[in-house]
Unconditional design. Structure first.
Length: 446
């Protein structure tokens, strides 16, 4: 079906069929379920989407970082089809199956830390975070949790409490878990008092350490949970001394360090796990999104002494570690190896950063360009000196992008950061065209 517009050509949004479906969507689906654009997909391959009106889009959203290996990856689809010949559902509590064990073996092999580990499965990143907190609290016999401003850890009751942004994620849904304590994240671009990145990283660590004297006792804290690069928070890359400082605090106070890799892991940064860029080993790592290659699955990989302290029946779920999702995830890792996808993420990231730095030279509304590998954010401001957020401008930029066939999203404390989540399999010509569309969109709205 090619009756619509190709990427780079302007099109009416929504098209005729999308508009018809939108009427039904608005009738049957709550407005709370947001959309990037009023468009319905017909098919997708790699980094391309075709909507029900035949319009083509370059996908810089990747299903919100769930498609690092691309849409309908052939190797992953082959693994799914093979598994379908045997069984769709096993439920490891009632009848065990091999893909469940094989994936756990692979995850233990490639996650940081040479200590014994075990794997807990669930269906989403949020559930993976819940499992991490459950086992940390149980193992330590403590209730307190430390998390950070700008964090996003999910939408269930506990995870929503850990999430920072009030609107649009948690307004009116409280009260939240009373054991949660929040501290500043080392957001270098907005560091106060004229502090450098390293100075602010040290300052944020000191704030936690000082709190142990007059706010919370360290022996009441079960875990510190953080994202090595804050994703929804604005693709914020903290200085290394901040991440190393968190590890030091945990070591000195017998606290568990939980690494949330749900969005920035799975090769996004050019390393399989974002925390590898900081030279720190967590006690628990949570992965999801791109783990399943498009199917729902999450994994909480933890030190064996932590998981083995949980009694039988303390962890589980009907669909946790679904065999089809496990089979897909095994093919995801196989594809990473076959195609040297980590090296490609680094290569593509350099292309994007180079283009964005040139855009920054042209457009004063771009205040900051930051990232590692393909985990990249562009923060837009009204004025570079005051750094006043330009959230309205970003909304107009993204709308213009959609009209010309680029799907892209915002994030950040102030909704003023453009984020890049394109599949790592994107073709260079598609990547460059997407960046051209973004460049022209910024030019058209300022």
């Amino acid at each position: 079906m090619n009756r619509g517009r190709k990427a780079g050509e302007k099109r009416k949004i929504p098209g005729t069929r999308s508009a018809e479906l939108l009427v039904l969507r608005n009738k049957f689906i709550p407005q709370a379920v947001f959309q990037v654009a009023p468009v319905f997909i017909n098919n997708g391959k790699g980094a391309l989407i075709e909507d029900v009106d035949g319009n083509q889009y370059i996908d810089f959203t990747g299903g919100i970082c769930a498609l690092n290996i691309g849409r309908c990856n052939e190797l992953v689809v082959s693994g799914i089809r093979e598994q379908l010949n045997y069984y769709l559902h096993g439920n490891h509590n009632t009848v065990m199956y091999e893909p469940y064990i094989k994936l756990a073996e692979k995850l233990i092999e490639i996650t940081p830390g040479q200590f014994p580990k075990q794997v807990l499965y669930s269906n989403s990143g949020t559930e993976g975070i819940e499992n991490a907190v459950k086992v940390a609290r149980h193992h330590k016999g403590r209730y307190g949790l430390i998390c950070f401003e700008g964090a996003f850890h999910g939408r269930t009751a506990l995870a929503m409490g850990l999430t920072s942004q009030v609107k649009n994620f948690k307004h009116g849904f409280g009260p939240f878990d009373p054991g949660i304590h929040r501290f500043p994240f080392a957001y270098s671009y907005r560091a106060p008092f004229g502090l450098s990145a390293d100075e602010y990283g040290g300052f944020c660590i000191t704030k936690i350490e000082e709190s142990f004297k007059n706010y919370i006792a360290p022996d009441e804290i079960a875990a510190i949970i953080f994202e090595p690069i804050q994703a929804e928070g604005g693709y914020i890359v903290p200085p290394k001394n901040f991440v190393k400082g968190l590890r030091k605090i945990c070591d000195e106070n017998d606290i568990i360090l939980i690494d949330d890799e749900v969005q920035v892991g799975m090769g996004r940064t050019g390393k399989m796990w974002a925390i590898e860029n900081f030279g720190v080993i967590p006690d628990i790592l949570v992965t999801a999104k791109s783990l399943g290659g498009g199917l729902p699955i999450s994994a909480t990989v933890a030190r064996k002494d932590i998981t083995e302290s949980i009694p039988i029946g303390g962890i589980g779920g009907t669909f946790s570690g679904n065999p089809v999702s496990c089979a897909a995830a095994l093919k995801v890792f196989e594809y990473f190896d076959q195609e040297n996808l980590l090296q490609r993420a680094t290569y593509l990231g350099k292309i994007v950063m180079n283009r964005l730095e040139k855009m920054k030279e042209k457009y004063s509304v771009i205040g900051d360009v930051r990232g590692i590998g393909c985990a990249i954010g562009v923060e837009c401001v009204k004025d570079r000196k005051t750094k006043a957020p330009a959230s309205g401008l970003v909304s107009r930029i993204l709308k213009a992008c959609t009209e010309y066939g680029l799907m892209i999203m915002y994030c950040g404390h102030y909704h003023n950061v453009i984020r890049f989540m394109f599949p790592l399999v994107i073709k260079e010509e598609e990547l460059q065209l997407g960046l051209d569309i973004l460049d022209n969109a910024i030019k058209s709205v300022i």
